[in-house]
Design a protein around this ligand. Sequence first.
Ligand SMILES: C[S@@+](CC[C@H](N)C(=O)[O-])C[C@H]1O[C@@H](n2cnc3c(N)ncnc32)[C@H](O)[C@@H]1O
Length: 256
Amino acid sequence: MKNNLLKSSSNASSRFYDWEFNLICSEQKKDVNMWLKLAEKFGGPILELCCGSGRITIPLSEKGFKITALDNSVEMLQLLKEKADDNIEIIESDMTSFQLKKKFKFAFISYSSFQQLLSKKEQIKCLKNIHKHLKDGGVLGIDINPCICEEPDILTKTHLYTAWYPPNNSTVSMFTSHKIDRKNGIKHWQDIYVEIDKTGNETVYKNQISLKECSHNYMVNILEECSFAIIDIFGDFEEGQVTKNSNNIIYITGKN
Ligand SMILES: C[S@@+](CC[C@H](N)C(=O)[O-])C[C@H]1O[C@@H](n2cnc3c(N)ncnc32)[C@H](O)[C@@H]1O
């Protein structure tokens, strides 16, 4: 009989993160070039909030930037540590409450990670904390997904893909479901990964993630409230204009 193991763990997301990102995030991938260009423009030292496994951190350090990479997930930071060089300082902390002794010319939060703060209060705390850590004239860039709540309120368990997982020579099937809390503007996902190894043993990993809806007006207001002045707003990673079809809005703001 086949074994069926259930692992409901916080590290389900880190376990498959790099592999899944390369597999399905063909549009989001284009953000790396944009962050590299912005880093060239605004200079280091750089503070990357929610750096994750270093998808953007590593290309920045390879270009010679000194970068402080911050995340609150031990598992994601472990993945980064395995790839990091001396240009990278790794900090395990929360983006709302970190305390660093230095100040930065450029800070950024990529890939909707700011929206993992689920209340306006937490978001303001985070922005004010970043403000404190920027040098005079320093710049903050944030990539927001403005359309997270543009879907039906409920998606029942839906198969997204099945693919070969090279690290274990196994096969992974991914299923997702979501619920949208309209009152609070929060979307909650439950993702399930079913990994089947070459002997047929099955392990199930579960991961939950929630993001807060942040409309364009909401972002403009909250940034102003936290003393950031808008320098530029892009509707895609090629620095195009914002349109009603923009899946990403990138706010480039200066410390007032
Ligand atoms: C979608 S991943 C993005 C990782 C990376 N920036 C990228 O683009 O590949 C979101 C990251 O935000 C981190 N994160 C979520 N909430 C956080 C918080 N309050 N403080 C610090 N990091 C947080 C998670 O641990 C995760 O690594």
